[in-house]
Design a protein around this ligand. Structure first.
Ligand code: CDP
Length: 230
């Protein structure tokens, strides 16, 4: 992957549970600092979409080999301060946010061969610095030497409400309850898997965004990054 447009700067890791605002925060922080944004979850989502489209039964996913993962034709190209994740060369940015992918992505992400297959691809994006990467294991596994590690948390209902609003849905009582349950189920899978579970890195700074506006949470991370700059 060609990452040559970015040649210096920090590597910032932002991890946290589902819908904690990692991606939107990471994108905005990258924009402010002139860095590139890496949404690592989009790779797991694209692999999930490709496997579903190819009709590979979910119970076969733990057996996927590197060759089979190669044949899913998932890749990413630098674009617009970020990376555009593709399947068969097609932009899948919208398709990977669908309910079917949401429901299955944590199963794909728990497969050790999948994580092994992706690791070098993800690491390559930060080779020259100037990267804000978000996910579940960025500060613990992908970039254990990141210059700044943030662990974003917020109240489950706040997260569910934000996710529904983001999807254009109306967060009424029952819808909110169901979305909170779906997020909790995904968090549980991500936290309890044996490989690269969702946990804060020992040197991560935890930021609770329940009572912060988006602007406040972005500014908080930008301020912390200024302190780490050489
Ligand atoms: O945006 P949201 O929090 O809903 O999820 P995401 O960041 O797009 O990640 C989707 C799923 O991919 C997560 O639920 C994890 O199962 C997995 N993932 C992971 O295992 N490791 C990462 N570094 C990023 C995502």
């Amino acid at each position: 992957m060609n990452t040559s447009t970015t040649t210096s700067g920090l590597v910032i890791a932002i991890d946290g549970p589902a819908a904690s605002g990692k991606s939107s925060t990471a994108r905005a922080v990258a924009g402010r600092l002139g860095y590139r944004h890496l949404d690592s979850g989009s790779f797991y989502r694209a692999l999930t979409l490709a496997a579903l489209q190819r009709g590979i039964p979910v119970d076969r996913w733990p057996l996927l080999t590197h060759e089979e993962l190669d044949s899913l034709h998932v890749d990413a190209v630098p674009a617009d301060g970020s990376f555009l994740v593709r399947v068969d060369g097609q932009d899948v940015s919208e398709a990977i946010r669908g309910a079917d992918v949401n429901a299955h992505v944590s199963l794909m992400a728990a497969v050790p061969a999948v994580r092994g297959w992706l690791l070098e691809i993800l690491r390559e994006t930060g080779r020259n610095g100037g990267l804000v990467a978000d996910g579940r294991d960025i500060g613990t596994v992908v970039f254990p030497d990141a210059d700044l590690k943030i662990f974003l948390i917020s109240d489950p209902e706040v997260r569910a409400r934000r996710r529904l609003l983001q999807q254009g849905a109306h967060p009424d009582g029952e819808t909110l309850r169901q979305e909170t349950e779906r997020l909790a189920a995904r968090d549980h899978l991500d936290q309890t898997r044996s490989i690269a579970p969702l946990v804060p890195a020992a040197d991560a700074i935890t930021l609770d965004t329940s009572d912060l506006s988006f602007e406040e949470q972005v500014s908080a991370v930008v301020e912390l990054s200024r302190v780490r700059e050489p």
